[in-house]
Design a protein. Sequence first.
Length: 256
Amino acid sequence: MSKPKWLILLAATLALILLGVAGLLLLALGFFAGHEEATGGGAGLPFYTMGPQSPSAHAGYLHDTVTGGGEVYVSDYEEACLQLTLTEPQTVIGLMGSISPAKVGAVPGQPVTAYIMVDCGSEMPAYAPYRNVKQPPFDWRTATFRQMSAFQKYKFGPLATTTNAALMAEVVRVLRDGTPVELNPFPFSGATNLTTLNLTCDQLPGLLFCPALCYYGNGNIYIAESLMVDFTVTPPQVRARWIPASPMLTEWLKTP
């Protein structure tokens, strides 16, 4: 091999080695930076862990736990009917994960010894409420609600809002004492007939009680405390303890 070609080959080999070393250094720096942030070394935040997960005492639901800050939090059947009023936490109290840490946030108006909001999403943040195991579950049966809203026809109709105490008490009565009926299950994916009733009360700041609302194919409206998605069938199907909506609620939902 001629001397010029040998020198060119040597230079190319050295360049490749240097690029490889630089890449490894960047990867290592990224890992340790992410690890420091996740463990709270930089932000001073506690590290939260997800799990374990186990079957719930209620068929079709799961018992999820999150541990951090010296506390244990749970999401189960009693939390399935609750939704956060915020999509992102205003106050971050902890982190989860090792490289791209997810946030754990405080629920506005709630002490962290009661409820927290946990990012349960994958690629995009998606927060869900978790209840401290020392905190009793929210009892919607005895709560006093001050406002209710719902889309009159899933998400394609106008949002109706009311402060009618009698109407909200009627919703609670039907959910508590109504007789459930059997509805044919329908696929969860692409369901366009489901929404929720969103009820606000002062006993649950930062959270909404959201029973499921179904505009069924027969023209009737049904409500349920919460939904259960059955993943044992293909495609997954929605199931619930459906109760016919009362005439008062039906009229409110159908009146423009």
